[in-house]
Ligand binder design. Structure first.
Ligand SMILES: [Zn+2]
Length: 492
């Protein structure tokens, strides 16, 4: 207690002394000014500054300790008066020291400045930083197209430091340091698709323009023709505080979205082998709803008409089919261009389809076995005297004259045993009727049957011609029993 009292008493002595002698000192300073000329002007100003400072400190002391010492004030005053001269000398020394300190302080104390805790450099005066903040905002706005506001009160802190001039940033250097600082805090907008962060954009407008760019990719300039155009996913653009360097450009955002993402999942095949399947998935999909018209092909069908005008197995087409065409107007929902829903509103047939019509014979086929009776194979002129010896050789059949192409019918049912070129007969058909009976048809122009085929009586097997040893179109017709030719006229 005694020590504290001593210290405080000394402080009070100094304070009281100063209070009493301020006027005196100022007077003395004035005298020194007159003597010392202009060089002392600064000194005098600093002297006053120093005194103000000291008085501030004392005022604080008095406030704090005042009540305690009021009681002792009288005693101190008495001692003050007693030691006035000595105290005056001490005070003068004290004041001059203060002036020196103030001088040093003014010339070598600078300020370290920091942006949100990150020290950037040292400036001569705080205003060297504060004055460029607006300019920094402007520069960053130009550089990034961002609204970057730096608050001198909340973002910047200053710390007094002792330093030499060469380390001190001029306002240009301060501007540069801020401009190239990527971790400047700024207001930006998080871009979320279905709750997943895709990136950070500079503004809500840019976020919206990204959405528009994705839409345009699928819709082009035809947005007006749709009754609905939108993103199928939930897109959220939310303001947030972020760092300048974390902001994505519009183009890089569009690239990320267009690239899509890859989903991976495991699958097991029938042998129990597990494989990882990778699947490309779009991040954002564009949904459109609108009316569209489709031209569609109408398929034709085949109609089969059964007819007993024709034998079983006989089949032919009387009309070949052709496709039709119709135009359908529909309300179509597309996702990324793919149709997901279609509701047909109206249909207009442009061309009706035409069906194929096929006739199918139902009449029971005559038996292909020989009946034992024969019919005349060609509807033509029969040379009744042609069988027998002629010009020195045996003519083993009859000749039936008819124009080339006239149908030749089987004289009776049987099995084809010859169908092709046969020496002087030219194109020739032989039919075996069983029981040793055989018929022959020579000089044909074409043949409709082949060896081994079963034919019935009256079946069109060939056409009249003039192939082989022939002088004109006719059918050479023979009937043989066990290889011996008989006059066919005897069997008809
Ligand atoms: Zn003949």
């Amino acid at each position: 207690m005694a020590k504290w009292q001593t210290v405080i008493e000394k402080l009070w002595v100094i304070g009281a002394m100063i209070t009493d002698t301020v006027d005196e000192i100022v007077d003395e300073s004035a005298e020194m000014l007159k003597l010392g000329g202009e060089r002392l002007t600064d000194l005098a100003a600093l002297l006053v500054t120093g005194l103000d400072w000291i008085l501030d400190q004392i005022a604080w002391g008095i406030t704090f300790f005042g009540i305690h010492f009021l009681r002792r004030a009288h005693d101190f005053r008495m001692s003050l008066v007693k030691n006035k001269r000595a105290i005056q000398n001490g005070a003068l020394y004290f004041i001059i020291s203060g002036l020196v300190i103030t001088f040093l302080f003014a010339h070598y104390i600078n300020y370290s400045y920091a942006y949100n805790g990150r020290t950037l450099g040292i400036v001569r005066e705080q205003k060297d930083v504060l004055d460029v903040l607006n300019l920094v905002s402007e520069e960053l706005t130009q550089e990034y197209g961002l609204k970057v506001a730096i608050s001198g009160d909340s973002d910047i802190t200053f710390t007094p430091v002792l330093s030499f001039k060469k380390e001190i940033d001029n306002p240009d250097a301060v501007l540069k340091k801020f401009t190239y600082m990527g971790d400047i805090q700024t207001k930006a907008y998080g871009f979320f698709v279905n709750g997943i962060r895709i990136g950070t954009v500079q503004s809500e407008e840019i976020g919206n323009s990204i959405v528009q760019a994705i839409i345009k990719k699928y819709v082009g300039d035809d947005e007006d023709k749709y009754e609905y155009v939108g993103i199928n996913e939930n897109v959220r653009i939310t303001e947030e505080d972020t760092q300048l360097s974390k902001i994505n450009s519009k183009n890089s955002m569009i690239k990320i979205i267009e690239q899509g993402t890859t989903n991976e999942y495991r699958t097991t095949d029938e042998n129990g082998n597990e494989t990882v399947v990778k699947e490309e998935v779009p991040i954002m999909t564009v949904k459109t709803i609108g009316e569209e018209t489709f031209t569609e092909v109408l398929e034709y069908e085949e109609e089969v008409i059964e007819s007993d005008d024709y034998y079983e197995g006989d089949e032919f087409v009387t009309q070949w089919g052709s496709e039709g065409k119709q135009v359908v107007t529909s309300r179509v929902t597309r996702i990324n261009g793919e149709v997901t829903e279609r509701e047909d509103l109206s249909t207009e047939v442009i061309i009706e389809p035409v069906n194929t019509i096929r006739i199918k014979g139902t009449k029971e086929k005559p038996p292909t076995a020989g009946t034992g009776t024969f019919i005349l194979p060609v509807n033509g002129g029969v040379d009744t005297s042609s069988f027998g010896w002629r010009w020195g050789r045996m003519h083993e059949g009859i000749d039936i004259g008819a124009p080339t192409g006239t149908p030749i019918y089987a004289a009776d049912g049987g099995t084809v045993v010859t169908a092709g070129w046969y020496g002087g007969y030219g194109l020739c058909v032989d039919i075996d009727h069983g029981n040793g009976y055989m018929t022959r048809y020579g000089h044909c122009s074409s043949i409709y049957v082949s060896v081994g085929e079963q034919v019935f009586q009256g079946q069109n097997i060939a056409a009249v011609g003039s192939t082989g040893w022939s002088t004109g179109p006719h059918c050479h017709f023979e009937i043989r029993i066990d290889g011996v030719a008989y006059n066919p006229l005897d069997f008809l």
